[in-house]
Design a binder for this molecule. Structure first.
Ligand SMILES: [Ca+2]
Ligand SMILES: [Ca+2]
Length: 300
């Protein structure tokens, strides 16, 4: 792979390969392979995000509040061992839908808010659960579930959940987000659209039968958590929302781990998902994010 086709950034134990806009498909596959090798280089299994330059996710941009500037890639210049110390958490999630309600990470800004949805401002020790004046009852229910999930899994129970209704914003919220502008409206039709983009399917990657196979195990989330067996790798397809997750079981063999990354790339092509806009997140078992966990029943 040409070094100019990618950049690598690591931050708080998250490792990222950023594909240059001009990188070829071969290079993108090579990039997935390289991501595997990075596991070893970084000494442990980092959570990896693959992003394409110009299509970075809010998760990615939130790590760099002053913006991102790209350096030309290369092992010598681009690769650094990640620092294990963690800065203060500051994330914003939007909870939206009617039948199929999910959270997604959005830009940490009032601009991401609207009156019709629920939001979680995750500040580490405080988890602010914000309810829009026109949010539907299912979103109000889900925002409680997700806030509890963050507290109980990400924070091991050591965080305070604050429930805020639109109009009762706290000083803490205003300090992080600035003065509150007039918020946008949101229609029930948008919630129905979110139902569609919140859909997901789960596939297993395994060579247990003698050859490497990709098998669909469920197309209806939330999935049973015990579908994720530690001996194999899985692909969670939320391509309707531009996300593909690769989950690597701690007991999966090296071939399966390699194959899962390549299969995720092939998958994007087969499904005709927009190549540049579809993000791949690689999650070693035990390092799952809340966004991944929410696709399963009773993760905690
Ligand atoms: Ca809504
Ligand atoms: Ca296996």
């Amino acid at each position: 792979m040409r070094p100019e086709s990618y950049s690598h950034v690591s931050f708080n134990g998250r490792s990222m390969l950023v594909l240059r806009e001009k990188s070829s498909r071969d290079e993108q596959v090579a990039c997935a392979m390289l991501a595997t090798q990075l596991d070893n280089f970084l000494g442990g299994d980092p959570v990896q995000h693959r992003q394409v330059q110009g299509y970075e996710s809010p998760e990615f941009m939130n790590l760099f509040p002053r913006g991102v500037s790209y350096k030309e890639g290369g092992v010598e210049s681009g690769f650094r061992k990640s620092q294990s110390g963690s800065g203060p958490v500051q994330r914003l999630y939007q909870i939206k839908g009617k039948r199929n309600i999910r959270a997604k990470e959005v830009d940490l800004s009032w601009q991401s808010f609207n009156k019709g949805d629920c939001f979680i401002l995750d500040l580490g020790e405080t988890i602010v659960s914000w309810i829009g004046s026109q949010a539907n009852i299912f979103e109000k229910q889900k925002v409680r579930e997700i806030a509890t999930l963050i507290r109980d899994t990400d924070r091991h129970g050591k965080a305070q959940i604050t429930n805020i209704n639109e109009g009762d914003e706290t000083q803490e919220m205003l300090q992080v987000l600035g003065a509150m502008p007039e918020l946008k409206e949101s229609t029930p039709e948008e919630d129905s659209q979110a139902d569609a983009s919140n859909s997901a399917s789960l596939y297993k990657v395994s060579d247990a039968t003698g050859s490497m196979k990709l098998t669909k195990v469920s197309e209806k989330s939330p999935f049973a958590k015990d579908l994720l067996v530690r001996e194999d790798c899985f692909i969670l397809d939320n391509g309707a929302n531009g996300k593909i997750f690769v989950w690597k079981g701690s007991g999966a063999n090296a071939e399966e781990k390699r194959a899962a990354l390549k299969m995720a790339d092939d998958f994007i092509q087969q499904m005709n998902y927009p190549k540049m806009k579809t993000q791949v997140e690689i999650l070693p078992q035990g390092r799952e994010t809340v966004i991944f966990k929410q696709f399963f029943q009773n993760w905690n």
